[in-house]
Design a protein around this ligand. Structure first.
Ligand code: FMN
Length: 312
């Protein structure tokens, strides 16, 4: 049997669109700016690449240690260390423009207006295919998750960005709320082209010898296989509630993991923490996905999207 068709559309009907040659993307913050990986494998084989979270001004990030191992995952408290918006526009985007894979820039504003200003600055920049609004970072004092925990604020941030750019705007949700569906609805209502779920789950570890939290800020964001069931539940519930595509993220490290997310209703997936143990993880997920589709005689990946969804 021939390989299945893999192309998916993350922004159907949108002005510039966001067509991926396959549904496997990297996750923000786990793939740096992509250049190190591009030296080791064919980055153009991926469906999409996410940048590290970008703020207007460069940031040094939080005090060390910033990561801690956990059973089946890790905690991080990076604090949005990044080179700043204008270095991204002037130096990184021109290099992305030479790639044959869409690069989505993950942005984190300190205020609603700042999300709008960043969206305006990135509009029309060659090498930037779409924006992902990070309203879900648990590791910063200002902005971050505070916009992502209230549907009204999440809707306002979305509107501020959508009004300032022709690029498709993806909104990335935090799982650290009671009702992620309400947030997703508010973002979709305000023009989000797609929803990404999920960012990290708030967690903590204690160093029993020092009798102190392992991470200086106490809490951090849990990622990896430990959060996969949480992510799947949220993707499932959001996908049946909103009319826009959903990108699944959280604990994906195999083709079978990706299939689970697609069946729950995701149109694409992002691979994050798995990349730290295996830099080729996104490609391995893609190979696994392709093999599963072939073995199960599925001719187009779109056929399985949402097939396991329960009536809502
Ligand atoms: C070290 C690290 C840094 C991250 N940085 C960002 C970031 O800058 N912006 C963002 O939206 N998500 C960030 N995330 C969250 C991931 O993109 C992803 O949503 C989360 O880790 C769950 O996926 P995973 O289990 O595959 O890692 C980061 C995660 C890790 C582990």
């Amino acid at each position: 049997m021939k390989d299945a068709l893999l192309e998916v559309d993350l922004a159907p009907g949108h002005k510039t669109g966001l067509l991926l040659k396959n549904p496997v993307m990297t996750a923000s913050g786990t793939f740096s700016w992509g250049f190190e990986f591009a030296r080791h494998f064919d980055i153009n084989a991926l469906g999409g690449v996410l940048s590290k979270g970008v703020t207007v001004h460069s940031r040094a990030g939080n005090q060390q240690p910033r990561v801690a191992e956990t059973p089946a995952g890790m905690l991080n408290s990076i604090g949005l260390q990044n080179v700043g918006l204008y270095k991204v526009i002037d130096e990184l985007a021109p290099q992305w423009a030479a790639w044959d894979v869409p690069v989505v820039v993950n942005i984190a504003g300190d205020s609603i207006d700042e999300f709008g200003e960043m969206a305006a600055a990135l509009d029309g920049v060659p090498g930037v295919a779409a924006l992902e609004l990070n309203i879900s970072c648990p590791n910063v004092d200002v902005g971050g998750m505070e916009f992502g925990q209230d549907p009204v604020a999440a809707g306002r941030v979305t509107r501020a960005a959508v009004r300032k750019t022709d690029l498709p705007v993806v909104v990335k949700l935090t799982p650290n709320v009671t009702d992620p569906v309400a947030l997703a609805r508010a973002c979709a209502d305000e023009g989000a082209a797609a929803i990404c779920a999920i960012n990290t789950v708030l967690g903590m570890r204690i160093d029993i010898d020092r009798r102190r939290p392992v991470l200086p800020r106490g809490r951090g964001g849990l990622s990896g296989p430990a959060i996969k069931p949480v992510a799947l539940r949220i993707v499932h519930d959001v996908a049946r509630a909103v009319p826009v595509p959903v990108i699944g993220c959280g604990g994906i490290s195999t083709g079978e993991d990706a299939i689970e997310f697609l069946m729950a209703g995701a149109t694409a997936v992002q691979v994050g923490t798995a990349t730290f143990a295996n830099p080729r993880a996104p490609l391995d997920v893609l190979d696994g996905l392709r093999a599963w589709l072939r073995k199960n005689r599925v001719s187009d990946v779109n056929e399985i999207i949402g097939c396991a969804r329960l009536p809502g």
